[in-house]
Write a protein that binds this ligand. Structure first.
Ligand SMILES: Cc1cc2nc3c(=O)[nH]c(=O)nc-3n(C[C@H](O)[C@H](O)[C@H](O)COP(=O)(O)OP(=O)(O)OC[C@H]3O[C@@H](n4cnc5c(N)ncnc54)[C@H](O)[C@@H]3O)c2cc1C
Ligand code: FES
Length: 258
């Protein structure tokens, strides 16, 4: 059986906009196995600080594995200093992937907040190959500096709509301002969402009101990422579930967002 933890080489690490970076590493094993929604658990540093690995959604896996990240604390700041050729200690792929939209789906709506857009690029890489699906991305960020270039989504045939809190790009306000783009036919529309919990709670409320089904990719602070420490447990309608092993992808209706 192939090892889950390996050391790979960084291929590139570029700044995409004031807040976001994209790191590529050469991991053919992960490229072969990864499914949209799964993540990798990266050891940012050889020393003790930060002690735990950090989880990142795989954003794309063509020749190399790509992650898209925001430098928010010690782990991601160390990651932002990685250079071509540096070794990268990675555990993965881990977690439960997205399920494909059910038969009869015509419109797939991906609703992302900030860095939560990451798993949707690889999802759109897969969904663009399915005939007869309209792909829509609703993307909310704090400001223009927190917004990812939509070109790659557009190249995948996605209709993209943006909102920023300050209106510096796209519609002013939260991403729920864009919900009018969603086809309310519950038999033919399917939603995927990833982002801050209050945003996903708003998506869940909207989906429930209109009887639309979907999936949510959740985030929680993690230690082992193997379902052993229970540190990443969240409440669901089925009881406590770990984000790393039972998720990160859950049925949208079953997560209790707190
Ligand atoms: C399954 C999964 C996929 C993820 N995918 C991505 C991704 O594609 N790109 C990306 O930039 N980030 C992603 N994250 C979040 C990322 O793991 C954290 O931003 C990172 O661990 C922060 O590490 P740090 O040492 O830089 O900062 P820390 O000092 O550890 O954290 C900085 C701040 O962020 C908060 N924080 C840390 N981890 C999380 C988390 N998991 N959820 C919510 N808040 C958190 C902390 O409470 C603190 O306030 C993902 C998390 C999970 C669980
Ligand atoms: S991080 Fe240990 S169980 Fe999820």
């Amino acid at each position: 059986m192939a090892k889950l933890q390996n050391v790979y080489k960084v291929v590139s690490n570029e700044k995409l906009c004031p807040r976001f970076f994209r790191l590529c590493f050469d991991a053919p094993l992960i490229v072969r196995k990864i499914q949209p929604g799964q993540f990798v658990h990266i050891r940012a540093h050889d020393g003790l600080e930060p002690f735990f690995r950090r989880p990142f959604s795989v954003c794309r896996a063509k020749k190399y594995v790509e992650i898209f990240y925001e430098a928010v604390g010690p782990g991601t700041k160390i990651l932002s200093l990685k250079k071509k050729g540096d070794p990268l200690d990675v555990l993965g792929p881990v977690g439960r992937p997205f399920v494909l939209p059910p038969a009869g789906t015509k419109q797939v709506v991906m609703i992302a907040g900030g860095i939560g857009v990451a798993p949707f690029l690889i999802l759109s890489d897969v969904l663009k190959k399915k005939k007869g699906l309209e792909l829509v991305l609703l993307y909310g960020g704090r400001t223009q500096g927190h917004v990812f270039n939509m070109k790659e989504f557009k190249n995948n045939g996605c209709a993209t709509h943006m909102a920023t809190d300050d209106g510096s790009i796209g519609t002013r306000g939260l991403v729920d301002k864009l919900f009018s783009k969603i086809d309310l036919n519950s038999k033919t529309t399917f939603i995927y969402t990833c982002g801050p919990n209050p945003m996903m709670a708003a998506v869940q409320k909207f989906a429930r009101r209109h009887g639309i089904k979907g999936q949510a990719a959740c985030e929680e602070i993690m230690a082992c990422a193997l379902g052993a420490c229970l540190g990443c447990s969240i409440r669901t309608t089925k009881g406590f579930r770990t984000v790393c092993y039972d998720g990160p992808v859950f049925d949208l209706a079953e997560v209790i967002f707190e």
